[in-house]
Design a protein around this ligand. Structure first.
Ligand SMILES: Cc1cc2nc3c(=O)[nH]c(=O)nc-3n(C[C@H](O)[C@H](O)[C@H](O)COP(=O)(O)OP(=O)(O)OC[C@H]3O[C@@H](n4cnc5c(N)ncnc54)[C@H](O)[C@@H]3O)c2cc1C
Length: 475
């Protein structure tokens, strides 16, 4: 028996973006239906941010526990119980899951349907036994791991972010295809926990980040003992006993065989569009995702697309940001637009790598005359005390001092970047950061110091010296 539901708002996808829209819309009085085919919480909670950060945390602890003779603290042999690590990762997911649960959303007044959604008209969606007609529809179906066209891949058992966190035994030798943030985070976590790890990257690792900053991460990953190979062309993949072999095509024409116990594919993402039947609703899309305007409206103005499926920045905080834009547009009919000038992102390796706004190359392209400021962590007393001196902050300003972008590599970079997120979103000039009183000794002082360096040439110039001498004599 088909149930017909008439509603104000229908949200497809119960992940980072969809849940934020549904919670907001319902609490603001809109009748809201949420359709989710798999786990509530989507990729971030179940297969992405949360398990990867929990695994990294276990890896970091193992790394720390192995000790550092420079501190004068000796430790014994470290034993990793990977089954318990698996328990820890899933314990963290379980602790957060109630926030995203059906019960919580039903408690907020949302009608939750557990089924796959498919468009059946310009304002109509079918899901399980229900047909939902909605005044506004939000597509928040996220993305899935992209599978590169490597011969033999379909014939071997390979892991993706959807399965790797299910492993209850430490891989003996994990081969990872892809050296982006996901590949490198998982490489370092598994290496720290005791696995042999090889990363195979077609181009260069962390290609979306400032190469000068990414180099710190690359060096550390190599020092950790990960076999990192860039510019690698994979000819094919095949089974090798219980494991897998990756055959690499060398430039000279010969082949090299790399055998591992497990293969993880982390080679990009593709938008989840399959089975949505977008043509029924007149929603235009491409392999990169659903086309949206600045207000996140699709080619059907009553339908919005947000988060990973909308193909811009694929982060949880962007899905959440999109949700706010959609609520203003869909519920209040305000022409709110997405503004990407202050988008931050972080790779949670050790050292962490964080960026907000424009990096040097892009800033030069867009603004021509720019100033680039750098401050190394080894000039920071707290970094010295904690022997966390591998890192630097790099800031780019316009000729008039307006802050265009900031990148930080080093301990706690993801926390340190936040003040720059605020500065850029508020259009601040570098003087505001230089004038801030930063507590001593904190890593955060790097922000003040790098900003201060903008003024160093004029502050210590011959002109200033002359002025000071003049004032001293006649003032
Ligand atoms: C390993 C990994 C680590 C990551 N780490 C970070 C991080 O540290 N920080 C960060 O900001 N981002 C991180 N991300 C990215 C982040 O997970 C995504 O950007 C975020 O989840 C996108 O949210 P979303 O709402 O667009 O999609 P999702 O959260 O994936 O939600 C989409 C939901 O839609 C459902 N769905 C799909 N099709 C249908 C349909 N037809 N009908 C009904 N339901 C459907 C899916 O089942 C899913 O639950 C990571 C990703 C991965 C893979």
């Amino acid at each position: 028996m088909v149930e017909r539901i008439d509603t104000d708002m229908c949200v497809i996808g119960g992940g980072s973006g969809g849940l934020s829209v549904a919670a907001g819309a319902s609490q603001m009085g809109a009748a809201t239906v949420l359709i989710e085919v798999d786990k509530m919480g989507g990729d971030c909670l179940n297969y992405g941010c949360v398990p990867s950060k929990a695994l990294l945390a276990a890896g970091k602890l193992a790394h720390l526990a192995r000790g550092n003779p420079a501190f004068g603290v000796a430790t014994g042999a470290v034993r990793v119980d990977f089954r318990a690590v698996h328990g820890h990762v899933h314990g963290v997911i379980d602790a957060i899951a109630p926030n995203d649960s059906v019960e919580r959303f039903e408690g907020l007044g949302v009608r939750v349907i557990r089924a796959k959604a498919r468009f059946t008209g310009s304002q109509e969606v079918s899901a399980g036994d229900a047909i939902v007609r909605a005044r506004r529809i939000v597509i928040a179906t996220g993305s899935s791991p992209a599978v590169p066209p490597i011969p033999g891949l379909a014939e071997v058992a390979y892991l993706s972010n959807e399965t790797v966190f299910e492993l209850a035994e430490l891989p003996r030798h994990l081969i990872i295809i892809g050296g982006g943030p996901i590949g490198l985070e998982l490489a370092q976590a598994h290496r720290d926990l005791g696995a042999e790890v090889t990363v195979l990257e077609l181009f260069t690792v962390l290609a979306k980040d400032d190469p000068e900053l990414a180099e710190f991460v690359r060096r550390q990953i190599v020092d950790d003992g990960v076999a990192l190979r860039e510019g690698v062309k994979i000819a094919r993949v095949e089974r090798a006993g219980d494991g897998v072999a990756v055959i690499v095509q060398k430039p000279e024409g010969e082949e090299e065989r790399i055998e591992g116990s497990h293969l993880l594919v982390a080679a990009g993402r593709r938008p989840n569009l399959d089975g949505l039947d977008l043509a029924q609703a007149g929603v235009a899309y491409s392999p990169k995702g659903i086309a949206v305007d600045q207000r996140l409206r699709t080619s059907n103005k009553k339908i919005f697309a947000i988060g990973d499926v909308a193909g811009s920045y694929q982060f949880t905080h962007i899905a959440g940001y999109h949700a706010g834009i959609v609520i203003r547009n869909a519920l209040f009919r305000l022409p709110a637009k997405a503004d990407y000038r202050a988008v931050p992102w972080v790779t949670y390796t050790a050292p962490e790598l964080a960026q907000v706004g424009l990096a040097e190359a892009e800033a030069k392209k867009q603004h021509g005359a720019i100033k680039v400021l750098r401050w190394p962590f080894h000039e920071n007393d707290r970094a010295q005390a904690e022997r966390a001196t591998a890192g630097m902050i790099k800031v780019v300003t316009a000729a008039n001092g307006r802050i265009l972008g900031a990148g930080i590599v080093g301990a706690h970079a993801g926390e340190l970047i936040q003040v720059w997120c605020l500065a850029i979103s508020q259009g601040l000039k570098i003087g505001a950061m230089a004038g801030m009183i930063a507590p001593y000794p904190t890593l955060g002082e790097v922000s003040k110091r790098v900003a201060g360096s903008y003024f160093t040439p004029s502050l210590f110039s011959e002109r200033t010296k002359k002025l000071v001498r003049f004032l001293a004599r006649f003032g």
